[in-house]
Structures are given as C-alpha cells and as structure tokens.
Write a protein of this length. Structure first.
Length: 204
C-alpha cells in the first residue's frame, strides 16, 4: 500500500466491526474483571452504528470517513472509551483533511491521535490503558518508512499482551491497584482488534 484511500478506510472499519462483534463477550468479560463490564457492549454498539453511518454515505477523502467514525463513536459508545476513540479518529480526520494519505501523513495523523488521547485521558504510556497499544503502534510507524501490516500486527499484539503484567493507574481498573495486575486491559484488547484489522487491510 502506498496511499491509504477511502476504500481502505471502509475495509478497516468493516473488519474492525466484525472483530468487535465476534469478541463482544470477551471484551465484556475482561471489563467485568477490572471494570464495570460494559466495554464489549459499548464497542459493539458503537461500531455497528459506524457501519450504518458509512454504508449510507459516499466519501471523497479519507478525512471525511474518519470524521464520521469519530462523531459516531463519540455519540454512541459512551463510557470512557467513547470520547477517547472519538478523539483519536477526530485527530486523524483533522490531520488528513482534504489530502491523499501517504505514509508520512498517516504517521502524522497517528501522532496527533495519540497526543489527543493522552490529553483527553490525562494518561501516559504504562498506565494499562489503550494508550499503551496506540503508542506502541505509533512508535513503530515513526521508526519505519512504509506501511507494514505484519509489523503493525505484532506490535499491537505485544503491547496488548503486556498490559496483563502492569498495574492500572488510570480508568476504573485503577481503583483495584495491585489487583489489576494479571488481567488484560479491555481497551487495549479492543484497540488490538482495530490495528489487527488495519494490518489486514495493509497486507491485502
Ligand atoms: P468505562 O470505564 O467508562 O466503563 P469502557 O469500559 O468502555 O468505559 O472503556 C474502558 C477502557 O477505556 C479501559 O480499558 C482503558 O483502556 C480506557 N481508559 C479508561 N480511562 C482512560 C484514561 N484516563 N486514559 C486512557 N484510556 C482510558
Ligand atoms: Mg467499562
Ligand atoms: Mg461504563
């Protein structure tokens, strides 16, 4: 892949939605262990609405797709994850606005997205949140100079798995302190499915 196009963005969201619907129960169970048990429900509702929105629209630019994704997730997901995912996609949309999305621009969009999520959540890497997965993917994008689906998949997976060993200091899981150790972070797992889906589109 040289240019990330509207069709790629659509496939990304379609694959993510399928994965989230399949994994709704798993995400719910992860959130039952260290949160309030609604992450699977929140994400499944949000991405179902994203598909409904995108299927009814035509788009000229990737930025316009990202904007509709952002607005839909913000209004439909709820909880902590809604505004965080919404912010990430809104930042992608703003960075991409009116332009063809080549590798450097995609990376720039991810820089803005990660900065936006951190600011919104007042969070940093290592706090056992979805920031861990987004930041790891960003770091590899910055180190590299072309789209690499295998690298993205491996990077997101390792960062997601690493949240099992860490203690939560942000979000509901932070109330559990040491007892959050030994559990995967639900938002990192849903973010893994998002980047796994993107990696699949890149590798096609
Ligand atoms: P809620 O906790 O409001 O029920 P969800 O269950 O949908 O929301 O989402 C929980 C996920 O959101 C967590 O697993 C974590 O990854 C992410 N999260 C929560 N708080 C923050 C924060 N302050 N910064 C970054 N991510 C966060
Ligand atoms: Mg929850
Ligand atoms: Mg909740």
């Amino acid at each position: 892949m040289e240019i990330f196009q509207v069709e790629h963005a659509r496939k990304w969201m379609k694959a993510t939605n399928e994965r989230i619907q399949e994994k709704k129960q798993e995400l719910t169970e992860l959130d039952q262990a260290i949160g309030d048990g609604d992450h699977g429900i929140n994400m499944a509702r949000g991405f179902r609405e994203v598909m409904t929105k995108l299927d009814g629209e035509t788009y000229q630019h990737v930025a316009d797709v990202m904007k509709d994704v952002a607005m839909t997730l913000m209004s439909k997901v709820g909880g902590a994850a809604g505004p965080l995912y919404g912010t990430a996609f809104l930042k992608l949309s703003m960075a991409f606005k009116g332009q063809d999305v080549d590798y450097p621009l995609f990376t720039k969009g991810m820089e803005d997205a990660v900065a936006g999520v951190k600011q919104r959540g007042k969070s940093e890497v290592g706090e056992k949140t979805l920031v861990d997965v987004w930041s790891a993917v960003l770091e590899k994008l910055q180190e590299n100079d072309h789209f690499d689906g295998s690298l993205m998949l491996d990077t997101a997976k390792a960062a997601m798995e690493n949240t099992k060993e860490t203690m939560a200091t942000k979000g509901r899981a932070a109330y559990l302190k040491e007892r959050s150790i030994g559990h995967l972070d639900p938002g990192s797992v849903s973010s893994f499915y998002l980047f796994e889906s993107l990696a699949g589109v890149i590798r096609e």
